[in-house]
Design a protein around this ligand. Structure first.
Ligand code: PGA
Length: 253
């Protein structure tokens, strides 16, 4: 496969720094023989330094769950791209549905964050996905997720686009145990690759990774990863236990 699979764990608002350290150590040990798969863990901000320390001599990479788009200034409570890169952070999740839902992040804010991340050398994992009522209302969800990807990547150069990834995460599948069928994921991923192709060209689209997210676990990862347009997974709940996350990075084998 031209695209190296990417398996990212989104720890969400879980783990103190000490708990994160222990989890990172177990993930690191489990990832030792994983082969040609890029593994990323995204702990909360408060645990990034501790996890960076544990991962120092490992191939497992560090990601953050969010970033602000300004470099510095009077933005109480926010964290800037240079603050993340200074800690060794390489990836950042942008526009997760929980941020869109609870923190009112719009496509415009997501786009600003994506561009700021890329400008500072961070690789954004851009989350898109439709809600249950949107999925059930016919084909409209297709335009919706297409629009989310286009908006998130607006104004991004071809060179920068190659560093980004998209995570297709149907909201109805997040934390619900209700995974999209491999065929449904494949349909959405093919559609999103067309968007990337239309915007940045076929060559970039062939290298561009599109992850699936939503109740990925050791039992369903293999058939999801068997779909040619599924290039990895963004894993929530199952990334909080080293055993299941390690099984997922081995595609359930
Ligand atoms: P889940 O979360 O694996 O717990 O469904 C995925 C995500 O929200 O990124």
């Amino acid at each position: 496969m031209a695209r190296t699979p990417l398996i990212a764990g989104n720890w969400k608002m879980h783990t103190t720094a000490e708990e994160a350290r222990a989890l990172a150590r177990a993930v690191r040990d489990g990832a030792a023989g994983v082969g040609d798969v890029e593994v990323v863990v995204c702990p909360p901000f408060t645990a990034l330094a501790a996890v960076a320390d544990e991962l120092a001599a490992s191939a497992v990479k560090l990601g953050a769950q969010n970033v602000f788009y300004e470099e510095m200034g009077a933005f109480t409570g926010e964290v800037s791209p240079p603050m993340l890169t200074a800690l060794g952070v390489e990836y950042v999740i942008v526009g997760h549905s929980e941020r869109r839902q609870y923190f009112h992040e719009t496509d415009d804010v997501v786009n600003k964050k994506v561009r700021a991340a890329l400008a500072h050398g961070l690789k954004p994992i851009i989350c898109v996905g439709e809600k249950l009522e949107e999925r059930e209302a016919g084909d409209g969800w297709k335009d919706l997720v297409r629009g989310q990807v286009k908006a998130a990547l607006a104004g991004v150069s071809v060179a920068h686009a190659a560093k980004a990834a998209v995570a297709y995460e149907p909201v109805w599948a997040i934390g619900t145990g209700r995974t999209a069928t491999p065929a449904a994921a494949a349909e959405a991923h093919a559609l999103l690759r067309e968007v990337v192709s239309g915007t940045f060209g076929r060559e970039t689209a062939e290298l561009f990774r599109i992850l699936y997210g939503g109740s990925v676990n050791p039992e369903n990862v293999k058939e999801l990863m068997a779909e040619p347009d599924v290039d990895g997974a963004l894993v929530g709940g199952a990334s909080l236990k080293a055993e299941s996350f390690v099984a997922i990075m081995h595609f359930g084998e």
